[in-house]
Design a protein around this ligand. Structure first.
Ligand SMILES: [Mg+2]
Length: 179
């Protein structure tokens, strides 16, 4: 363990602004056609050969910008280990640990996001920031009540992806959060 706070990083939304206006590739991003297992699974019963690849927009500046932050980076994404093979090389990140989900796309009795309980269990009390385009007020409340360490769940607009304001918030929080 490094003693650094964790940065739990979603792919679709923060790194891939899939909802960008007019379906246009945002400036600074490149277009990739990828076929992650989670995308194939969503199209069952179609076989892998029958599924149209997923369009993914990625910005190669994001890896170096994230690595410059005082955090331990962790994938918190449906891509799971495929984030290492398919996303990391395209944004300039090394292989990172990832959170294995037990309730992928599942429902929750308290209407939490399906990632929230696994994510808090995985963090195991360590301070973390969670960047995601799908977290909601109920997740923020539940984390505050159930995670014994400091935590900052930070919503990212999937129309815009990561922006300077997120990097500024991450720098500021790392300075203030006790490790
Ligand atoms: Mg997402």
């Amino acid at each position: 363990m490094t003693g650094l706070p964790l940065l739990l990083l979603d792919v679709d939304g923060p790194l891939n602004p899939y909802a960008a206006p007019d379906s246009r590739c945002p400036e600074g991003y490149g277009t990739h056609r990828l076929l992650p297992q989670s995308w194939v699974a969503r199209h069952a019963p179609l076989s892998r050969e029958e599924v149209e690849p997923l369009r993914v927009w990625l910005n190669p500046a994001h890896g170096p910008e994230l690595l410059a932050l005082p955090y331990q980076l962790v994938w918190a994404t449906t891509w799971m280990d495929e984030a290492n093979s398919l996303i990391a090389p395209r944004v300039g990140l090394p292989e990172l640990p990832y959170i294995p989900w037990t309730n992928l796309f599942g429902s929750d009795p308290d209407r939490l996001h399906w990632k929230t309980r696994d994510l808090v269990a995985w963090a195991d009390g360590r301070p973390f920031v969670w960047l995601d385009d799908e977290l909601g007020p109920q997740d923020i409340e539940w984390i505050a009540a159930n995670h014994p360490g400091e935590a900052l769940p930070l919503w990212v607009d999937p129309r815009a992806g990561l922006h300077e304001l997120h990097f500024a918030a991450l720098r500021e929080w790392a300075e203030e959060a006790p490790c």
